[in-house]
Design a protein around this ligand. Structure first.
Ligand SMILES: [Zn+2]
Length: 260
C-alpha cells in the first residue's frame, strides 16, 4: 500500500525531522508482496503407514528424497519449507476476509507474540490488540456496525475528510499531532526501529517487540485524547443547539407580542 501524496504530506509536516533522522539511522525495508503459492495437494485418501505419510510431507514440501535409501533428509530445509507453505495457506484463507485487512498487513510472522510478550498493562494490551485486529472503535469499525458506506467512515476528530482507520489514528490524524511527535521522537531516540516507509510497514515496525512498549503507552494516550475530543465536540454541539433553540423561542415570542 503506497502512501498517497496528501498523507505523505501530513506525515512530513507532523514529523519531518524525525523521519529524516530515522532515514539517516536506517534503510527502509524493501517490502516484497507475497504471492501465496497455490493450495497444497489434498492429503492422500489412503495411507500405507508412516512411510506414505513421510512421502506425502516430502512431496508437499517439494523435496525429492528417496526414503528407501540412506539419503539424509535436510530437516532444517524441510522445516522452513513447511513453515512457508503454512504461512501461504494462512494468507490465502485470511485474505478472503476483509475484516482482517489491518491484521494481514501488520502481522509479523517472525514475532507474532510481541504484544503478548511485552508485559503491558491490560488496558494498553487491549488497545494494541484491537488496533492490530482492526476492531478498535474507530469510524472504520463503528461505521461497519451501523452500515455506513466505507467512504463515509471519516475522522470526526480532525475533520480532514480522511477515512478513520488504524493508520490514520496511529500515524496521521492531526488531532493528536503533538502527542504523536513526542511518541515518534521517543521511538527514534530509544530504538533502532525504522519508521519510514509505507504506512503498513511503519505500523508493523511500531508494533514490533522493540517499540511495542512505547507504542502501547502512546496509543492509549491518543485513544483517550480521541474520546475527549469527540466528547468535547458533542458537548459544544449540544450547547449551540440549546442556544439556537432559546434564540428561536425568543424570536417567536417577540413576533407574537408585536402581532398583539
Ligand atoms: Zn483525524
Amino acid at each position: 500500500m503506497q502512501l498517497s501524496s496528501s498523507r505523505m504530506g501530513l506525515v512530513k509536516s507532523a514529523c519531518k525531522s524525525l523521519l529524516m533522522e530515522c532515514h539517516s539511522k536506517c534503510t527502509p525495508v524493501e517490502i516484497h508482496q507475497d504471492h501465496p503459492l497455490p493450495p497444497p495437494p489434498p492429503p492422500p485418501t489412503t495411507t500405507n503407514g508412516w512411510a506414505d505419510s513421510v512421502r506425502h510431507i516430502l512431496d508437499y514440501a517439494s523435496m525429492t528424497v528417496d526414503i528407501t535409501s540412506d539419503e539424509q533428509i535436510d530437516l532444517d530445509t524441510l522445516h522452513s519449507r513447511l513453515l512457508r507453505l503454512n504461512r501461504n495457506q494462512w494468507l490465502l484463507e485470511a485474505g478472503t476476509k476483509t475484516k482482517l485487512r489491518t491484521f494481514l498487513e501488520v502481522y509479523d510472522h517472525d514475532n507474532p507474540r510481541a504484544i503478548v510478550n511485552a508485559n503491558l498493562k491490560r488496558s494498553q494490551r487491549s488497545v494494541l490488540s484491537k488496533i492490530k485486529l482492526g476492531v478498535l472503535p474507530l469510524a472504520i469499525e463503528t461505521g461497519r456496525w451501523k452500515d455506513v458506506p466505507l467512504e463515509k467512515r471519516l475522522c470526526a476528530v480532525c475533520n480532514s475528510g480522511n477515512l478513520e482507520n488504524e493508520y490514520h489514528f496511529m500515524l496521521f490524524c492531526e488531532g493528536f499531532k503533538d502527542t504523536r511527535t513526542k511518541y515518534l521522537q521517543e521511538v527514534v531516540d530509544k530504538t533502532e526501529v525504522c519508521i519510514a516507509g509505507m504506512e503498513a510497514d511503519m505500523l508493523k515496525a511500531l508494533l514490533s517487540s522493540e517499540a511495542v512498549k512505547i507504542t502501547a503507552r502512546y496509543a492509549e494516550i491518543m485513544f483517550t485524547e480521541r474520546k475527549d475530543a469527540l466528547f468535547k465536540q458533542a458537548k459544544e454541539r449540544k450547547e449551540s443547539e440549546r442556544k439556537r433553540k432559546i434564540e428561536a423561542d425568543e424570536e417567536s415570542e417577540s413576533t407574537g407580542e408585536e402581532g398583539e
